[in-house]
Write a protein that binds this ligand. Structure first.
Ligand code: MN
Length: 329
């Protein structure tokens, strides 16, 4: 079995009153969940997911792991239906699980939302997970640069989370464990405060994963600590050596769900349907989940960064003026 050493730490940060992040670390299971939704919702959602994932005893395939995440999703939905005060709660989740699949040692990763997994190999540091967030979609489609995404007012808006719909898309990876590699699981409270370069520098300062986790959390708090910060550093102490050269990014297989469709009309319909269903919903609390509602569509800040919307708006005005002119003549 692959031997791992780890350090895990979560902190409320400097601004928030409560910590809605959840974390779990054991010999071969590591989970970070970033809950959202006002009242106690966020804390409850992340706690449910952490509890569900902690039940892992003998998972032997990536499929089983994905099923566990989907089960946790149903659990969050179920609890929200039972307790109206929890309505609208959701959570992200990233997990790293060491397992033996068909006599081969593997590290399996599952991800939903904008918590992240990085790998630090002897060569480089890479972000393996994609963020399921509005700004990630905007970067992918070329509307804004990665630098602009870091300071974008809507950078907290996720497009995928547990607790939103019965059906859940889960991204999954199978990685080859390599002795000396260091993995980092974290919530966006870390990555919104520190750049990848800053994270890498801190990771390289010490061989002790506990110390590394603690330094990262301290640095995020010193940089502002505007959100809850959660960090798990996992070191591969001893991995079975294989004859074949491991891939540079350690990825043996990927099972990524189709990219979220950042299509404004479709998402709006879904958001409207969800709101109509419940009658009333707290606008400020559902904002993170109803990522592409009309509210955010009409938000001037999104206009600023969405040239197509500007173009559409101007074209519409010109068209109306032309029609008025025609009618007058
Ligand atoms: Mn967060």
């Amino acid at each position: 079995m692959t031997t791992l050493a780890w350090g895990a730490l979560t902190d409320t940060g400097r601004i928030r009153d409560v910590n809605q992040d959840g974390v779990f670390s054991a010999e071969d299971v590591f989970v970070v969940a970033d809950g959202m939704g006002g009242h106690r919702g966020g804390e409850v959602a992340s706690a449910i997911v952490v509890e569900e994932m902690a039940k892992i005893t003998a998972v032997s395939s990536t499929d089983e792991l994905i099923e566990m995440v989907q089960q946790a999703n149903l659990e969050v939905l179920e609890r929200a239906r039972e307790d109206p005060s929890l309505y609208g709660m959701g959570t992200t989740m990233v997990a790293l699980v060491a397992m033996t699949e068909a006599d081969t040692e593997r590290l399996c990763v599952v991800n939903v939302g904008d918590s992240r997994l990085y790998v630090r190999t002897d060569e480089e540091m890479l972000q393996l997970t994609d963020d399921h967030s509005l700004v990630e979609g905007m970067v992918r489609d070329g509307w804004i640069s990665p630098e602009e995404a870091m300071v974008h007012p809507q950078r907290n808006v996720v497009t995928r989370a547990l607790g939103v719909e019965d059906e859940l898309l889960v991204d999954a990876w199978e990685l080859q464990p390599v002795t000396g590699d260091r993995y980092l699981l974290c919530s966006d409270g870390l990555t919104n405060e520190l750049s990848d370069a800053e994270i890498l520098e801190i990771l390289d300062e010490t061989d002790d994963p506990v110390e590394a986790a603690s330094s990262l959390v301290q640095a995020a708090c010193a940089a502002g600590g505007r959100d809850n910060v959660t960090v798990v550093v996992v070191d591969v102490v001893d991995a079975e050596s294989t004859e074949s050269e491991p891939p540079a990014d350690r990825v043996i297989a990927t099972r990524k769900a189709v990219h979220d469709d950042v299509d404004v009309e479709d998402s709006t319909e879904a958001a409207d349907a969800a709101t109509a269903d419940e009658g009333t919903s707290d606008e400020s609390e559902s904002l993170e989940l109803d990522s592409l509602s009309w509210r955010s569509f009409l938000d001037w800040r999104s206009f600023e960064t969405w040239p197509l919307k500007w173009f559409a708006a101007v074209a519409l005005v010109v068209l109306v003026l032309l029609l008025v002119l025609l009618a007058v003549l």
